[in-house]
Design a protein around this ligand. Sequence first.
Ligand code: MN
Length: 229
Amino acid sequence: MEYVFAPLIPSLSVAGSPLRFPLRRVWCIGRNYADHVKEMGHAALPEAPVIFAKPADAVVADGGTIVFPCATGDLHHEVELVVAIGRDGFRIAPEAALEHVFGYAVGIDLTRRDLQAAAKAKANPWEVGKSFDRSAPVGTIRPVADCGHPARGTISLRVNGGLRQNGDLAQMIWPVPALIAQLSQLFELHAGDLIFTGTPAGVAAVRPGDSLDAAIEGVGSLQLKFAAA
Ligand code: MN
């Protein structure tokens, strides 16, 4: 097979392995921690998970310096547990959901909050606020064989050393098996898919030159720096 130009295969590193994890699609869950739902101004908890997506080439690996995203005056960090799917499935039962997980990683759902708010106000789609270039930093994937299925543990994010977000995975409204089950009612999940599982409270703006340091107990960490303006 030859292509008219070289194809890009986005991928992530895997802890303890020389093999790369090839990325297929990036699913994201919104409003999965009650304290974040509240800080975003919603009176009630959602009745079902809020689902959106980012392109796979929006994923940025751990440890780099990236260009500050364009077209925003209010770029927010959202630290999230990321599930890496390792086995295809459709209409997966919650009891069988964890069998489809290859591993876990720390991710940051970067959000152009000003553009997202404008889209929400007009009942428009969220892509301009969520699915931009380099909007999905993700750390090294830790395989299930190594870390199990973390259901509790601290999830935190620091900006220039200062603690901004500090929650616990146990606060998720829909835990990982429920998210996989519900996503797979709407989409065929495939090996290589990632699922961002929502963020705890404390989201706030970052600026050019800022350094982000995210961590999830039992999973790992993720460092990211924005280039100066
Ligand atoms: Mn998010």
